[in-house]
Design a protein around this ligand. Structure first.
Ligand code: PMP
Length: 393
């Protein structure tokens, strides 16, 4: 039953039909787009393209209304429990969203001696802006301590047991990630909240979870959630910051005075609709099962090391804690060479330093091959990949 559901969805990605010999295994970098998203863009451009927030003729009014509708669909997709109190700001992606929170919202509120907790082994996009905020404040004579949110190697999660010593009366903010972009681990955000208490804002980088697993802001209990449209089947240059409180960052001073990415946001609305109709919970089950198949296959190939392999064995795993991302290295081959071999066999994977903070992109020992999955991927693709990997000993 799951297979016929998946067959029907896979058939909706035109790019796959154009390249029957290729397996696209890099959805964590960017996702392919279903026809419904391409059609929505085309339809908008050939029937009513106009600027938003200005103009009084019907196309302009319809564009403004369409973008407001995307904002509401974003709230619904994220399970926003308090739409009257919260705000959704459109941004160009996760990187811009996190920067805006760090520099426009957080930095002006911090005082000398304040402390913030930020992850140090996550995506650089979730490290650089917090340090930039610290540096800007330091130039103005305000000293803010940036404390690394520690990892626990055995679970791949943040080390919640170490948190009590790190959290103090001057802790003002926590930045965290929902699903790790290299390890595929699902970070236990509930325990972060429990450690910092109800009053410290938590900002969640959800670049790898939106569109991959059902999101419920009501359950997550965070204050900001940021994601990129292009990783959720929409066009690049789109994304959103959800802020629990309307007093969010001033992303677009002057309201509609700047031109928004109208076409991109139309694609975002169509993508969220497509994901909802496809059933994100099923997409999650499908990709998690494929990732497990790959991890299991790699376990039988001793020349490979799976990064954060303990993740799927984590004792406290109440649910499957590894998502549709698996990264690994070969004992002898460099990850760049391994990537080259896989590409030559039609497997499009990521093979480099993976934008991981604290990792030297030029150091081959830090590189890895990453396989990241979406609903169009199949068990046959995983088995084919494993068959090629098995030939390299
Ligand atoms: N955070 C995470 C966890 C990511 O995986 C990525 C993209 N790889 C980003 C942030 C940055 O996203 P974008 O390039 O769309 O701004």
């Amino acid at each position: 039953e799951l297979r016929s559901w998946q067959d029907g969805l896979r058939a909706q990605f035109p790019i796959l039909a154009n390249h029957p010999g290729l397996a696209y295994l890099d959805s964590a970098a960017t996702t392919q787009k279903p026809r419904a998203v391409l059609d929505a863009v085309q339809e908008y451009l050939v029937t009513g393209n106009a600027n938003a927030g200005r103009g009084t003729y019907p196309w302009a009014n319809a564009t403004t209304a369409a973008l407001e509708a995307v904002r509401e669909r974003t709230r619904a997709f994220l399970g926003d429990p308090e739409p009257d109190r919260s705000s959704v700001h459109f941004v160009s992606g996760t990187t811009e969203g996190l920067r805006a929170i760090a520099l426009d919202w957080l930095a002006p509120q911090l005082a000398d001696g304040d402390e913030i907790l930020v992850p140090f082994e996550d995506h650089q996009a979730n490290l650089v802006p917090w340090h930039e905020a610290r540096e800007r404040l330091a130039r103005a004579g305000v000293r803010v301590a940036v404390r690394p949110l520690p990892y626990q190697a055995s679970s791949g999660d943040y080390d919640h047991r170490a948190l009590p010593q790190l959290v103090g009366p001057r802790t003002r903010f926590v930045a965290a990630t929902h699903v790790h972009h290299v390890l595929g681990g699902d970070m236990n955000v509930h325990r972060l909240r429990a450690a910092v208490g109800p009053d410290v804002p938590i900002c969640l980088d959800a670049a790898q979870s939106v569109g991959h697993l059902p999101i419920s802001l009501a359950e997550l209990d965070v204050d900001f959630l940021v994601f990129s449209g292009h990783k959720a089947l929409a066009l690049p240059g789109t994304g959103a910051v959800w802020a629990r409180d309307r007093r969010g960052p001033a992303f677009r001073p002057g309201g509609w005075s700047g031109t928004p990415n109208t076409v991109g946001l139309i694609s975002l609305g169509a993508a969220l609709d497509w994901l909802t109709a496809a059933d994100v919970g099923r997409i999650e089950r499908w990709t998690v099962a494929l990732a497990a198949r790959l991890t299991e296959g790699l376990r039988h190939l001793p020349q490979y090391e799976v990064l954060g392999c303990q993740l799927s064995l984590a004792a406290d795993a109440t649910a499957q804690r590894r998502r549709g991302i698996v990264s690994f290295r070969h004992r002898d081959l460099s990850s760049n060479d391994l990537g080259f071999v896989l590409h030559s066999h039609g497997f499009l994977v990521r093979a480099d330093g993976l934008c991981r903070a604290g990792v030297d992109p030029d150091d081959p020992r830090d590189a890895a091959v990453r396989v990241s999955l979406h609903v169009h991927n199949t068990p046959e693709e995983i088995d084919g990949l494993l068959a090629v990997l098995a030939t390299l000993d």
